[in-house]
Write a protein that binds this ligand. Sequence first.
Ligand code: F6P
Length: 740
Amino acid sequence: MRLSLRFILPLAAVLILIAYAVVPLVDKLIERWFIRDLDMRSMVIANSVREPLLERLASGSTVRIVSYFNRLTQDERLFAVGFCDEAKGELIATKTFPKELKCETFALHESRPIRMLPSPNGMLHVSIEPIESEGSRVGRLVFVHDMSFIQRRSAETRKFVFYFFVALGCIVSLITVVVAHMSRRGWVEGTRTLLRGEIIRRPGGRKSTTTPELQPIARDLRMLIRELETEYRPRDESQVTWTPEALRSILKTELRGEEILVVSNREPYLHVRRNGRIEVQRPASGLVTAMEPIMRACSGTWIAHGAGSADRETVDGRDRVAVPPEHPSYHIRRLWLSREEEQGYYYGFANEGLWPLCHIAHVRPTFRASDWEQYETVNRKFANAVVEEAGTDSPIVLVQDYHLALLPRMIRDLLPNATIITFWHIPWPNPESFAICPWRTQLLDGLLGSSILGFHTQFHCNNFLDTVDRLMEARVDRETFTISHGGLSTAVHRYPISIDWPPAQEFTSKPVETCRNDIRQRLGLPADHALGFGVDRLDYTKGILERFMAVERLLELRPEWRGRFSFIQVAAPSRSSIGQYQEFEAQVREMARRINERFGTDGYLPIILKIEHHEHETVYEYYRAVDLCFVSSLHDGMNLVAKEFLAARDDGQGVLILSQFTGASRELPEALIVNPYDIDQCAAALHVALTMPAAEQRDRIRVMRGLISEFNVYRWAGRMLLDAAVMRRRGRILERSTLP
Ligand code: F6P
């Protein structure tokens, strides 16, 4: 009933208003019609009485004329008739003829004739018709009509209009109420069906068809459901196929399309001047290997030290350059460091201090106050660059590695709402080891500016928690793996880094057989010559000396491999201005020379050492050409060479020998796991690898490739971003919370 009244009352009000406006209009219209009617009527009567009147005028009998006029006025509407004789100036008229109408008046009103005349009985209509005889006017015939019948008709019409509107109102109301009730029932039914989810999506994934009126509601409902699904979806990551698209969709749906800022010391592309030409170089860096595909997928800006000799020549006015050069999809924002800054921050504090501090390689860390100052200054420079590049006050910043330990706190101070995900690419030592750093609390405080702090392994997460527990005033929650410090909390989680999967087509397009033959031919070796391979930065943590010792031991213990097996070591020069690295390079060269001298013959070298930068394409060619890959790091956060080798071997052949001190060994137990300090064990592993049946190689490699394909670098980044998204959502909810 209420619904009906809601329709009827406004309708009635509108109809009454229309009726009010229409009735006077109708009155006017009717009156105009009738007046025109009376004018025409008078003309017709004048025409028909003209002859009889002229006859009677000719007879000169006024009585006859009056009686004739009286007969005419028997018509109920004709009230009076008169004739103004022009010759005599006399008025011959019926008794009813109004006194105020005189012959002179008619003459005066020749051009604008009188139409209406008020009388005690109502309005009268006056029309004047000239009477002519043989071309000259003899007088004017005046007809006075009673207009009261028009008023009677008007009243009748008003009544009719009133009833018409009442009837119209009733009919329209009835139809409206019926339609409204039917529509309401339809909408209620439709909405219920929507809510039951029956027409949101039909079985088989087909899109629903709903009535057009309900489509906006269906759309809103779908959005709401999607939001709720993301909000409360259990994180069943096994259901996700981790691809660049998956990552992009996380950014779009979970992080509302926020732009990503990556900050690292090392840039993914260096422009270097060689022989007068500018060349693009990709550095040998696990960090770059992992982050680069992520940036290709997500776009955004990568802030890094511009270290290439031609870097300044290739940036725009804002120190930015679009990369990758072949298909630009994100930007590098280059930061310039003075020689002193680079020396103190990069070579000094980061690589002579933190690097040996975090790696158990028995190299003593060196800490200098002047290096620390530069480390702080450069971290501050990076923080300012982040603020410059951030499009909002709550950007998502991915801080990379030990060069930038102070940066999270600096960003947090400048952009309190930023989501800062810091990833520590190297191991984290135990509290006793870490405590030797004179600036240990500053470093920890810097890192605790992060929203999320990631390590490759749980072991390193635990070490970090222990370190904070031991050295800081902070609350360490070992159930949720969060640290609360200075009113902020940092989640400490394990995110094992990985590689792009599947590897770029250009790396694996050359068939394995061709790679095998090409490499052996290039080295002047027979087609069946067995090859081992190692590729690293020339760094003392990589166990290159131990690797060579293992080759030497193999040749000692298994003479059958002499002349039939060589080990290719590609070593990219790294941090060469540091004394320890220069010494290490000398040791590597010396050991290779010694072993080659001991076991080499004409045309045969047991160790083929290539200390130079190699592009990815060349490294992949080696991966595909060799029989085994030996990763013998003394200590390594993850080591992506192991994963790259497996990714390159789509032929299912090849053996991976892997140090137990790499993060990768936790994920790849099907490799031949060795202790690089145990030279005999490593030599035995080399022999096992060289004699492993093809079927066993295939079985091992299949399992490991399966793991990497699933746990690829998109999953690594995706998991961090998903955790960041949850954190941002929680933050928003807490902001709204009224609880104290
Ligand atoms: O292993 C730690 C790390 O920062 C890696 O992420 C990267 O592969 C390597 O060191 C790069 O070293 P640099 O930038 O000194 O050449």
